[in-house]
Write a protein that binds this ligand. Structure first.
Ligand code: HPA
Ligand code: MG
Length: 226
């Protein structure tokens, strides 16, 4: 492989890279729920762009997995929209090609955030028995990977059930100085270290009903603080 091909591959792996100085789009250019008017600064990633990127991720997944069946492990709650849309695109691709990837979706619920701060401990809420992953090709679907602590802990837990292979899809990956090895195989967008909400990502359970990914405002942070 030539060095320029390697560069291209690295860029593809990072996904769509959003620069530190990206101001987002003015709110007036889009529609969004009126009740969030003062609570968001801008539209950081519009819903349509999210969908277009997920369609492409679906193609990477379909091309990569050798098994004809995959077990999709959706990380709740933040991952529910990403997972539903990704699986939908995988199905559409299957119908329009002769490469049909059978998907089964299972859910795991994790919680590690209070306000906009990561807490140290990983809580698996509900059943932590993932024995249905044994011997399977697994795609872990997570909305956002930031410190990587949660993902690392989850992957360690998943490995104990001896799946055949495990890949990770992350819609958003935060660019952090501490970022070392990438845990994410399919990245939607690499974003600066800012707190974002919408498209099922929350701030204390608010904003999941916003379809764009947005940056929360100071007012919003104060209003929904616990
Ligand atoms: N937004 C919402 N939830 C999160 C984030 C974020 O930026 N980072 C980690 N969990
Ligand atoms: Mg959350």
């Amino acid at each position: 492989m030539s060095s320029s091909q390697q560069m291209d591959e690295m860029k593809v792996k990072r996904g769509i890279v959003i620069k530190d100085d990206w101001p987002g789009y003015n709110l007036d250019l889009f529609t969004y729920p009126e009740h969030y008017h003062d609570d968001i600064e801008n539209v950081y990633i519009p819903h349509g762009v999210i969908m277009d990127r997920i369609e492409r991720l679906a193609r990477y997944v379909t091309e990569d997995f050798e098994d004809s069946k995959i077990m999709v492990l959706c990380v709740l709650k933040g991952g529910y929209k990403f997972c539903a849309d990704l699986v939908e695109f995988i199905k559409v691709l299957g119908r329009s090609s002769n490469r049909y990837l059978e998907t089964r979706v299972e859910f795991i619920r994790l919680k590690s955030y209070l306000n906009d701060q990561s807490t140290e401990d990983l809580h698996i809420i509900g059943s932590s028995d993932l024995s249905f992953l044994h011997g399977k090709s697994v795609l872990v679907v997570e909305a956002i990977v930031d410190t990587g602590k949660t993902m690392k802990a989850l992957l360690k837990h998943v490995e104990t059930f001896e799946p055949k292979m495990v890949k990770v899809a992350g819609l958003l990956v935060k660019r952090l100085p501490t970022m070392t090895e990438s845990l994410t195989d399919y990245v939607g967008f690499e974003i600066p270290n800012r707190f974002v909400v919408g498209y099922a990502l929350d701030y204390n359970e608010y904003f999941r009903d916003l379809n764009h990914i947005c940056v929360i405002s100071k007012t919003g942070k104060m209003k929904y603080k616990i």
